[in-house]
Design a binder for this molecule. Structure first.
Ligand code: HEC
Ligand code: HEC
Length: 286
């Protein structure tokens, strides 16, 4: 009797633990197929970071786990802006140091972040990082970049024109969208290699989706980077396309001029009604 009860409770325990494990796997399907640190880095981080290749858009991640605690790293990768806004001194410092470029929140689990940090313990110079060597650009490349940006020349793989989402201050370009950031000074903020890396594999979900099946070609990236560089260096020569109060004022003044012109044109018009003069005559004669 005693033995039987013991046997029962052991098998119940085994069953219980077993079902928790099964439930755990079912609830977290990514546990079974967790991506390796390398895969995560290659698909989500290398547009902005290198491991041992120097600063790109963000800092070189080589050995970052020696600089920061695990807890800080996980929090930062998942919600960097929240930390900046909360005033975390290290996060604020990094944000300032990197020209206030926002690192997009990464939908990664703690284990995944730590896997990337593990991967970043040794140098891997295979990312999208490219040396910051001056790229030879012709005037035609820059004009092509501008046409591609505003969509007057179609991207060869059929992706959407940049100005459906972005604007840039340049007299030659039709005003663009406001879904995403204004790109006039993006070149100084991110640097040539940064912009090139972003266009090569966009790290922003919306932009990624837009070019997933329709990637930019190498020539297009080169031309667009050239155009953005020029837009940046020449921005003081161009007027921002914000017509604002100016447009309103010229509308008011313009319609005033038109009205004055009309009254001049029909200055001999009858000013009161015909009935009025008959009425006045009648009133006078009585
Ligand atoms: C769009 C560019 C971009 C992408 C994509 C990106 N980061 Fe960042 N990252 C930055 C910038 C910029 C900073 C500097 C802090 C800031 O500006 O907020 C940074 C900072 C960091 C830091 C802090 C480094 C330090 O010295 O403390 C870590 C860690 C980090 N990123 C990890 C990642 C990981 C992991 C991924 C991919 C899953 C990733 N980042 C993707 C731009 C990016
Ligand atoms: C479907 C909309 C969409 C299109 C089309 C698009 N982008 Fe973006 N882009 C975004 C979003 C969203 C971001 C994330 C930053 C933000 O919120 O502005 C971004 C970010 C960027 C950044 C980094 C800006 C920064 O300061 O961090 C660059 C550079 C950029 N895009 C260039 C381009 C170029 C060049 C094209 C045309 C080939 C293009 N984008 C087309 C939506 C788009």
């Amino acid at each position: 009797m005693h033995k039987l009860a013991e046997g029962f409770s052991v098998s119940a325990t085994v069953l219980f633990v077993g079902s928790i494990m099964v439930a755990g796997v079912l609830l977290h399907p990514d546990v079974a197929q967790a991506k390796t640190g390398e895969e995560i880095f290659q698909s989500g981080c290398n547009a902005c970071h290198t491991i041992g290749g120097g600063r790109l858009v963000g800092p070189d991640l080589l050995g970052v786990s020696e600089r920061r605690t695990e807890e800080w790293l996980v929090k930062f990768v998942q919600h960097s802006q929240a930390m900046v806004e909360a005033g975390d001194p290290v996060a604020v410092g990094l944000f300032e140091e990197h020209n206030k470029v926002t690192m997009p929140d990464q939908a990664l689990t703690k284990a995944e972040v730590l896997a990337v940090m593990e991967y970043a313990k040794t140098p891997h110079v295979i990312g999208a990082a490219q040396p910051d060597e001056p790229v030879a650009l012709t005037e035609e490349d820059i004009v092509l970049g501008q046409d591609l940006f505003e969509g007057s020349v179609r991207l060869s793989n059929g992706g959407p024109a940049c100005n459906s989402c972005h604007d840039v201050t340049n007299d030659a370009v039709i005003g663009g969208g406001i879904l995403a950031k204004e790109l006039t000074s993006v070149f100084s903020r991110l640097g040539g290699p940064g912009v090139r890396a972003i266009l090569g594999s966009p790290p922003f979900p919306v932009m990624q989706e837009a070019y997933k099946d329709e990637p930019l070609t190498e020539l297009e990236v080169k031309a667009l980077v050239g155009f953005l560089e020029q837009a940046d260096s020449e921005q003081s020569l161009h007027q921002p396309r914000d017509y604002g109060i100016g447009l309103f004022t010229s509308g008011v003044v313009g319609s005033g001029i038109l009205l004055a012109f009309y009254s001049l044109l029909w200055r001999r018009r009858k000013r009161s009604s015909v009935n009025q003069s008959i009425y006045d005559r009648q009133v006078k004669s009585t």
